[in-house]
Structures are given as C-alpha cells and as structure tokens.
Design a protein around this ligand. Structure first.
Ligand code: FPP
Length: 270
C-alpha cells in the first residue's frame, strides 16, 4: 500500500485552499449585469499542450474537445447569448492529413455525446464556414446537431468550421455583385448594415459582432477570424493553452472585458 508523505498532503491542501480563494475572488469581481452578449474564442495551443506532455498533437485536440464542453456550459450558465468557436480554418487543410482526419472526426464524437446536454441547457448549434467540403460523416453530424437543437432558444453555440474571414468577405462581395447585376440590389443600398447581411454571421442576428474575442496560448494575432465582425470587439490574449482554459479563465477574461471602456470611436461616457 502506498502512503502519501504528510508533507505533500499539506502542499495539496494549500493548493486547494489557494484555488478556492482564487475562485471566490474571481466570482466576487464578476459583474453578472455586464456579461458580454457575444464571446468569440480562437482555441489555440492544443498541439503545444500535448507536446509538453510528450503526447501526440491529436491528444491536445481530444482534450480541447472536453474544454469545448466545459466552456459551452459555463458560458451558457453565465448568460452569454452567442459563443463563437474557431474550430477549423480554411488554412488548417495545410496540416498533415492524419491531423486533418482527426480534426474532422471531432465534431462527430462531440455531437454524438453532447447533444443531450446542449438541449438540456437550451443551447442551439449554428455553423459558419463551407461545410460542403467536409467529409460526409462530419457534415451529417453537424447538420443533425443543428436540426436537433433548432428549437433551443438559449445561447447559440456557433462553430466556425472550414471558415476563413477573407473567404467570407470575398463570397459576400461576389453575392452582392450578382444581386446588383440581377437588379435585386441597388448600388445606393450597399452600406455596412446591408453588407453585414451577406456575411455568414448574419444568422446571429443582433449579436453578430463579438463583444469579446479571446485567444488562448499567448499568441497575439487574429488568424483570419471574423475580421469584419471584430471591428470594435475587446481583445483578450491569455497564456493558457486551450485544454487548460477553464471556467475561471473564462470568468477572468470577462472581468478584464468589464474593466475596459468601450467607446466605439466616440468619447468616454458619451
Ligand atoms: C489550434 O491549436 C486548434 C485547432 C486548430 C483545432 C481546435 C479544435 C478543438 C479545440 C476541438 C474542437 C472540437 C469540436 C467539437 C469541433 P493548435 O493545434 O494550432 O496548437 P499549437 O499552436 O500549439 O500547435
């Protein structure tokens, strides 16, 4: 029988007390009246998380999927209206085919176990991106999840899958040109509001633009994610790799957001 050295037990207890007091402090600081309506997340660092543990990169994606579940529930319980997650970009096809295949299986695994929880929490699934290029099984999993949660009226869980913002804007420009050419749209009617309706985020209605964009793993770039929509978003770059991001990390990012003064180009207190 192995016996834990009492010295380490004290350390573990100290760690627990420290985590609990940090958690309580975060909860005290959070203003539940000012939760951002739309949070977008660039889930980065799965590969590095795995490599640090001498595991294959895909182990990081697998653990990252568990984080998606945790953060979805946490965001929905906080009253977030839309959670947009960058799950696969139009550039991610450049990765080794074995990693791409694994990433394509993740939505199948995720939805096969998680749809009942999504329904229980009244969460509706939507997707941005060209899913017609995904494997049949992935397309089916995504379409089934959207159909199974279509009646939900709580938070929208918006996956960006085979999504790229430049592609989204280019497609919108093409469609607008087509509509002008066909006489369905007058040149004079093209403005920011009408342009926005041609973007994939139009399905998010009044919450199309993220209030807060979080990127994990310490990288400070946008990587072709919702370029139009984040014009006035608050950006929060956090050091944790995505598999380590947890409910307290989400709350801390929201607290940082709540400390910002959003001016939308105007003046403070205007
Ligand atoms: C970036 O980390 C992460 C991705 C490209 C994939 C993100 C996917 C998930 C978190 C799982 C998604 C789950 C569902 C349900 C679709 P990286 O691989 O670029 O990490 P690195 O920068 O450390 O290499």
């Amino acid at each position: 029988m192995s016996v834990i050295n009492p010295k380490y037990m004290i350390k573990m207890e100290e760690q627990l007390v420290f985590s609990k007091s940090k958690h309580d402090e975060i909860n005290q600081q959070l203003d539940m009246e000012r939760i951002p309506n739309h949070i977008a997340i660039i889930m980065d660092g799965n590969g590095r998380w795995a490599q640090k543990r001498h595991l294959p990169r895909v182990a990081g994606h697998k653990q990252g999927m568990q984080t998606v579940k945790k953060i979805t529930i946490a965001a929905s319980e906080l009253g977030v209206k839309v959670l947009s997650l960058y799950a696969f970009s139009t550039e991610n096809w450049k990765r080794p085919s074995s990693e791409v295949s694994y990433l394509m299986q993740l939505p199948v695994r995720f939805f096969s176990t998680f749809v009942p929880d999504l329904v229980k929490h009244n969460v509706k699934v939507t997707v941005m991106g060209d899913i017609t290029q995904l494997p049949e099984a992935t397309q089916k999993a995504v379409k089934d999840a959207m159909a199974d949660t279509a009646h939900c009226t709580g938070m929208i869980l918006n996956f960006a899958l085979n999504y790229g913002s430049r592609d989204e804007i280019t497609q919108a420009a093409k469609k607008i040109a087509e509509d002008v050419q066909n006489g369905n749209l007058a040149l004079a009617d093209i403005d920011e509001a009408s342009f926005g309706k041609y973007l994939m985020s139009t399905q998010l209605g009044q919450f199309a633009n993220p209030d807060l964009l979080i990127r994990t793993s310490g990288e400070e770039r946008i990587s072709n994610f919702m370029l139009w929509q984040i014009a006035y978003s608050e950006l929060e770059f956090v050091p944790e790799h995505w598999p380590d991001f947890d409910e307290d990390s989400l709350r801390s990012a929201i607290i940082a957001y709540q400390g910002r003064h959003r001016r939308f180009g105007g003046l403070k207190n205007q």
